[in-house]
Design a protein around this ligand. Structure first.
Ligand SMILES: [Zn+2]
Length: 200
């Protein structure tokens, strides 16, 4: 069934690069990367789970067709990877309720840390390889982390750019929260006790 206000039911031939008996393949109108493709059933079914096994099967085999079309379209550029994904339901991020399978080409360096790909739909828990990812939502962010993604680096870099020389570079690695003010105050108190004022 075609739905009049559904963007995929009225998709133009100019965006369609493959027509199967039950499915179509088209270029995404708002690509997240060059060559971002979509696979849709011809019928307006909301999600993967409402599609028939025959439609699901044709969508699955169309992934390779989409990949070939992407390679042809981007040539001589060659993607370094792909994400293939389906958003099911509003809570799963679906905005057009006509089933569509995303085939998204990926390129080295397109994001700073691509590890765990589609797990990033829930950002705080996506990268289990990164230290503390599981508790990132609760834990305070580190001021300095080292490396080229360091949040502190962008503040220091312009200073380096206009500096004629650099006097001091200090680095601290600690697993504990530093409490320099409390330590300093305790030391001063102890000093006063050890050397009481004489003329009193
Ligand atoms: Zn539709």
């Amino acid at each position: 069934m075609r739905i009049l206000d559904c963007p995929f039911c009225r998709v133009g031939a100019d965006r369609t690069f493959h027509e199967g008996p039950l499915t179509l393949a088209l270029w995404d109108a708002f690509p997240v990367s060059p060559g971002h493709a979509l696979l849709i059933p011809r019928r307006n079914v909301a999600t993967w789970f409402e599609a028939t096994p025959a439609e699901q099967s044709e969508l699955t085999t169309s992934i390779a067709i989409a990949r070939d079309a992407i390679l042809r379209r981007l040539h001589p550029q060659v993607p370094d990877g792909f994400n293939i994904g389906i958003n099911v339901g509003a809570a799963g991020g679906q905005t057009v309720f006509h089933l569509h399978v995303h085939v998204i080409p990926r390129f080295k360096g397109d994001v700073p840390d691509p590890r765990d790909g589609v797990r990033h739909v829930i950002p705080a828990r996506a990268n289990y390889l990164r230290d503390g990812a599981a508790t990132e939502a609760q834990a305070p962010r580190a001021l300095a982390t080292g490396g080229t993604d360091d949040p502190f680096l962008r503040h220091v870099r312009p200073l380096f750019a206009r500096a004629t020389d650099v006097a001091i570079i200090a680095a601290f690695v600690t697993g504990q929260r530093p409490q320099p003010l409390a330590v300093a105050r305790r030391r001063r108190a102890r000093t006063r006790h050890a050397h009481p004022p004489r003329d009193r």
